[in-house]
Design a protein around this ligand. Structure first.
Ligand code: CP
Ligand code: NVA
Length: 300
């Protein structure tokens, strides 16, 4: 029987598995796991329908450091562009590759890929989930705050893929998350349905930020969103900017996270992202360490 495991959403890992992954990521970061090459002789596909800086580079470097070979594939340069099906592509990939990282639009494309692949499929971002990002965020919060349980996070802005996965991660790790989003831009209702009472959705960004240990935001227009709505969104989201004033409502030792890329002057100001509370570049670095832990756990 094929016992391959996929990582499509945060819920694919239990809380104790996430704790193990974060400890292992810390070992990779500190050098305690240096020289481990569990991917030696193995090739990992990276099928990216959308652009990327962090996810692509951190996976390519991480696979190399673990002894493996990354194979980067853009659908437009493959037969997917000539209507070869997802199912056939996934089955063919599985004959060459020991794992596949996919970044795509609708989550169901990643789910279909995983259904037909006989090797692990890792979600490198879909329209509704970004689980690899959230593992790096949890690692960053643990580094800065010493623990996850009970840490108070305020996510301010669009209820998008990052917000959805953050909700799942916060619920798994018993964190206290408040999301402040404008009407009509709340996180996906189904995701909220399945989480504990520690997740609160509010309208007022100041109420969310009050007493927070962590302020988190992401872009107001995500990849694949309707660009025609950009101007309208700018005005609807104006009060949801993380700036020095909003930061003043949080705890004095609050950290600020952003998955990046940032649009300075929109969802976050230059002064906050460059300021002493910003942990965004540690957060970006932690993508590498957490993904190495995931690859080591899943790839056989
Ligand atoms: N945060 C993140 O996933 O960045 P990229 O889009 O650059 O991969
Ligand atoms: N929400 C953003 C995240 C980018 C890493 C997007 O999907 O474009």
């Amino acid at each position: 029987m094929n016992s391959k495991r996929d990582f499509l959403t945060i819920k694919d890992f239990t809380a104790s598995e996430i704790a193990v992954l974060l400890d292992r990521a810390a070992d990779f970061k500190s050098g305690r796991a240096a020289g481990k090459q569990p991917l030696r002789g193995r090739s990992i596909g990276m099928l990216f329908y959308k652009t990327s800086t962090r996810t692509r580079i951190s996976f390519e470097v991480g696979i190399y450091q673990l002894g493996g070979q990354p194979v980067y594939i853009r659908p437009g340069e493959s037969q997917l562009s000539r209507d070869e099906t997802i199912a056939d592509t996934a089955r063919v990939f599985s004959r060459y590759l020991r794992g596949i990282v996919i970044r795509t639009f609708e989550h169901k494309i990643a789910a279909e890929f995983a259904e037909y692949a006989s090797v692990p499929v890792i979600n490198g971002l879909t329209d509704t989930h970004h689980p690899c990002q959230i593992l790096a965020d949890l690692m960053t919060i643990k580094e800065k705050k010493g623990q996850l349980k009970g840490v108070k996070i305020a996510y301010i802005g669009d209820g998008n893929n990052v917000a959805n996965s953050l909700i799942e991660g916060a619920a798994q790790m018993a964190m206290d998350l408040t999301v402040a989003a404008p009407e009509g831009y709340e996180p996906t209702p189904d995701i909220l349905k399945d989480t504990s009472g520690r997740i609160t959705i509010v309208r007022d960004p100041k109420a969310a930020a009050a007493g927070a240990d962590v302020l988190y935001t992401d872009v107001w227009i995500s990849m694949g969103d309707n660009e025609a709505e950009a101007a309208e969104k700018q005005s609807k989201f104006a009060a949801y900017q993380i700036n020095d004033e909003l930061l003043s409502y949080a705890k004095p030792d609050c950290i600020v996270l952003h998955c990046l890329p940032a649009h300075r002057g929109q969802e976050i100001t230059d002064s906050v992202i460059e300021g002493p509370r910003s942990a965004v570049f540690d957060q970006a670095e932690n993508r590498l360490h957490t993904q190495k832990a995931v690859l080591e756990m899943l790839i056989k």
